[in-house]
Design a protein around this ligand. Structure first.
Ligand code: AMP
Ligand code: GLY
Length: 423
């Protein structure tokens, strides 16, 4: 089967690595890809949000399955575009249709979905400029800290958590009236703050059946001890040690099953990954957010723990045959550490030459923001490389990753030395 992966980060590099191991994988294409994905397939220079460009590639290269990495094409309706085009409608797209992608595209939509299906989540209300005053009243009714969320996609930056009521009111106004996050904050969700430890569950569904993939925990802040600005993710571990059998049973019964059933009841034939951001409060799971795709860098630890053939798994998904698929999981832990450009997540320099990649042993280096120029691997983004290792537990896995990071060099490189510190 010829496969096209859309995206260019560590997540897509990991998917490409896994697909390339499958005897069922024909020609593999990654669009636009990076220097790392070149080891597994061919990069196509196209914009995944430009569906006509995607269509041309699908026709030119006889693509038989499209796997969508990032959320943007899904929220923009790439799956609907395929279904509505007579030339494309037979080609499976892994990723939900536009309406269901609102689970990630709109915080309010996600909260309404959770309320409708009695899925545990923080209490909330949503507001627009017309209901600004009501928002102030709702804020006054809550205890600090105050959680303010831009309704729409804001590249992971649209959530503010504030300790002070007066400051929360100013920011709330700034989001709505001042358009702090542009159109994304034309509506703002205010939530009750949940105090607990976070982790994520990953589910693959064919619209009827589901399989639960390995869980993971990522580290979003730039600084050690979870301090400083939010990033896309600085590292991850899988499985999450505190997620014992009892807790995971609660997650499946109270969250995963109602989510799958809710999608069916609401009439969304959801085909693809569901990333459920969870928080554990007094040993009870609550949903913080849904994403309609795999996480990055969570993919870099989740996918390496899947022993089964990923092409077969996604083919079964497209054919609504997940109920007959035996998912095999590696018992070992996996951990990944993200190497980033100095300055990230604020301004940073690119085009730094990366050396030492050939010296890596016992880790897998997934490229995130790299490009190949004149046979040299250069940095091309904030998050540059994800160094993944296996181990009998996450500490052993991390030790191997940190050992290998010592061998990799690029100007102003940075990484967190404390992944897993809170486990
Ligand atoms: P989200 O984009 O909804 O995942 O929010 C980003 C981050 O804000 C989450 O990963 C949590 O760390 C934090 N967060 C969001 N909602 C809440 C909440 N209700 N209580 C506590 N922390 C939250
Ligand atoms: N690592 C968080 C995300 O992919 O959204």
């Amino acid at each position: 089967m010829n496969i096209l992966i859309l995206g260019s980060g560590g997540r897509e590099c990991t998917l490409a690595w896994k697909f390339a191991q499958s005897e069922n994988c024909g020609n593999l294409f990654i669009a636009p890809g990076n220097a790392g994905t070149l080891d597994y397939g061919r990069n196509l220079q196209l914009n995944p949000n430009n569906f006509e460009e995607v269509k041309t590639a699908v026709k030119d290269y006889d693509i038989q399955m499209v796997v969508v990495g990032p959320e943007d094409p899904l929220v923009l309706g790439i799956h609907d575009f395929f279904i509505e085009d007579p030339d494309l409608k037979e080609i499976p797209v892994i990723g939900p249709r536009k309406m269901a992608a609102q689970l990630e595209g709109s915080k309010e939509f996600a909260k309404e979905f959770m309320y409708r299906h009695q899925i545990p989540t923080a209490k909330y209300q949503s507001f627009t400029t017309a209901s600004l005053q009501d928002g102030y009243v709702f804020l006054e009714s809550l205890n600090p800290p105050y959680v303010l969320k831009a309704d729409g996609l804001a590249a992971g930056k649209g959530v503010l958590i504030l300790n002070d009521l007066a400051e929360a009111k100013i920011e709330f106004r700034e989001m709505l009236v001042g358009q702090k996050f542009g159109a994304a904050s034309a509506k703002v969700v205010i939530e009750e703050f949940l105090d607990g430890i976070e982790m994520s569950s990953f589910v693959l569904t064919d619209g009827k059946n589901y399989v639960i993939l390995p869980n993971a925990k990522d580290y979003k802040r730039i600084g050690e001890g979870d301090k400083g600005l939010n990033t896309g993710g600085m590292g991850a571990v899988s499985p999450v040690p505190f997620a014992d059998k009892e807790f995971l049973t609660k997650v499946e019964e109270r969250i995963i099953i109602p989510t799958i059933e809710g999608l069916k009841k609401d009439g969304y034939s959801y085909v693809g990954f569901i990333f459920i951001g969870l928080i554990r409060v007094n040993n009870e799971p609550y949903v913080i957010e849904y994403n309609v795709r795999m996480g990055d860098p969570e993919t870099e630890v989740v996918i390496p723990r899947i022993k089964s053939d990923l092409v077969g798994l996604l083919d079964a998904t497209a054919k609504q045959q997940l109920d007959s698929f035996e998912l095999e999981i590696d018992e070992r832990s996996a951990a990944t550490v993200m190497m980033v450009s100095g300055g990230y997540p604020e301004a940073y320099e690119k085009d730094k030459e990366i050396s030492g990649l050939e010296a890596i042993e016992d880790s897998i280096v997934f490229h995130a923001g790299t490009k190949l120029v004149d046979n040299k691997v250069l940095t091309s983004g904030g998050r540059v490389l994800a160094v993944t290792s296996y181990g009998k537990d996450f500490n052993h896995a991390l030790k191997t990753s940190y050992g290998n990071i010592e061998k990799i060099k690029f100007d102003k490189m940075n990484f967190r030395k404390d992944i897993g510190f809170d486990l």
